[in-house]
Design a protein around this ligand. Structure first.
Ligand code: GTP
Ligand code: MG
Length: 373
């Protein structure tokens, strides 16, 4: 680069001279005010301007540098454009959150803390882990703000009801007035069949149904007297049938009623001879529903064995008793799901007639969450 100095009267003059003499190759590098020569007695101020003039090599170098810079800027611009496009499309996707059912949790990290607390309660109540997980999934929805499955409602109770309703079948035994219905309770010994029959007989009688009871348990000492004591209080007919033929006769005698409850002698689920005998009693009874009665204080494997063995009688629901005595009501859910049977009634104590309820999702949720009261 060559350096030139010029004396001018103003900066504008310096620019004009630089441009006209050297074109684009020159730039003004600095300026300073200097005293010019005296003319007669007067001295004048001038502007000394330093000009840098690039030789052609320098110019080429500068030019190619500038070109590189420009192409780099163009690259940055197009990258920025791509980034802006990506940001725009992500924003659009976020406007439509994924539907709740699409989310399939693979591990516990997919659930919120309060959902995990509910799972813990279910497992502590004896619900099998995989069943608890399934119920939990159905009690939850995907919360996009926390990116996890969270309970659908504010409280455990409402959310659990939702989960139960998707997994557990209820058997609403619909009795009609003026149409005879017959309900027989079968099951292992001592589970509460006779007590439950007394509770049911009272429950439906107080709703205006005409009810009666037949017992097949004629050989256990005191069995008939036990039932007699309840039935006489309720002022309803009681018959004792000691043979299949006598059972059919008794049904005929009580056929003008709305509901007949049949109490059976407790049978071990492993006593196939006695089970066959019971089957023989019940097989030709018209309009018959059979409910397996099991105690929730029994080992769950025994409950499932009972469901399997008694299934040859044609059971259509399970009654769970003694829920007041168990810390693990989760067996109700496990048994219903594994035996693929609906639950019809739940009993909570020895008191006749009070301690019985038709099973529903509300009382099931209560039992599972509150435990023993
Ligand atoms: N804690 C509690 N005890 C119950 C319940 N239901 C029945 N029991 C008691 O269980 C015992 C047996 O009841 P039963 O009704 O005689 O049982 P069962 O199935 O008829 O017995 P078997 O006829 O001998 O097979 C009695 O002491 C009842 O009071 C219940 O829901 N909770
Ligand atoms: Mg009995």
């Amino acid at each position: 680069m060559k350096i030139k100095k010029i004396l001018v009267d103003s900066l504008q003059e310096a620019i004009d001279i630089t441009k006209s003499t050297y074109g684009d190759k020159a730039t003004i590098m600095s300026t300073k005010i200097v005293k010019a020569k005296k003319w007669l007695f007067f001295s004048t101020n001038k502007l000394e301007v330093t000009i840098g003039i690039a030789d052609s090599e320098d110019f080429q170098k500068e030019f190619s540098k500038e070109k590189e810079l420009y192409s780099e800027i163009e690259n940055i611009k197009s990258t920025l454009k791509d980034v802006v496009e990506v940001v725009k499309s992500t924003k659009q996707e976020q406007k439509t959150p994924p539907p709740i059912t699409q989310v399939q949790p693979q591990n516990n990290e997919d659930f919120s803390l309060r959902a995990m607390n509910l799972a813990t309660k279910l497992i502590n109540a004896g619900v099998d882990q995989d069943i608890a997980r399934k119920i939990l999934e159905d009690s939850c929805g995907f919360d996009i703000t926390i990116g996890r499955l969270d309970l659908k409602y504010e409280d455990d109770y409402q959310s659990l009801i939702e989960g139960l309703s998707k997994n557990i079948s209820l058997k609403a035994i619909n009795f009609s007035k003026n149409i005879l219905s017959i309900l027989a309770l079968v099951g292992p010994t001592g589970v509460g069949k006779t007590t439950t029959i007394a509770k049911l007989a009272y429950m439906y009688k107080s709703q205006g149904f005409r009810t009666g009871v037949i017992t097949l348990d004629s050989y256990r000492t005191g069995a008939v007297q036990q039932l007699q004591s309840y039935v006489s209080l309720l002022e309803m007919p009681l018959r004792v049938a000691d043979t299949p033929t006598r059972l059919r006769e008794c049904v005929g005698e009580l056929s003008s009623l709305d509901i007949i409850f049949i109490d059976t002698a407790g049978r071990s689920q492993y006593d196939s001879v006695r089970l066959k005998e019971l089957k023989h009693y019940l097989e030709n009874v018209p309009s018959l529903e059979i409910a397996l009665t099991v105690s929730t204080t029994t080992d769950e494997r025994i409950i499932l064995d009972s469901a399997r063995r008694f299934s040859e009688l044609g059971i259509s629901s399970i009654i769970f008793t003694k829920l007041d005595e168990t810390l693990y009501p989760g067996c109700v859910l496990n048994a219903c799901i594994k035996a693929n049977l609906p639950v019809s009634f739940l009993t909570f104590g020895q008191k006749v007639p009070n301690d019985i309820e038709l099973a529903n999702y509300e009382n099931l949720a209560n039992i599972l969450l509150r435990g023993l009261s």
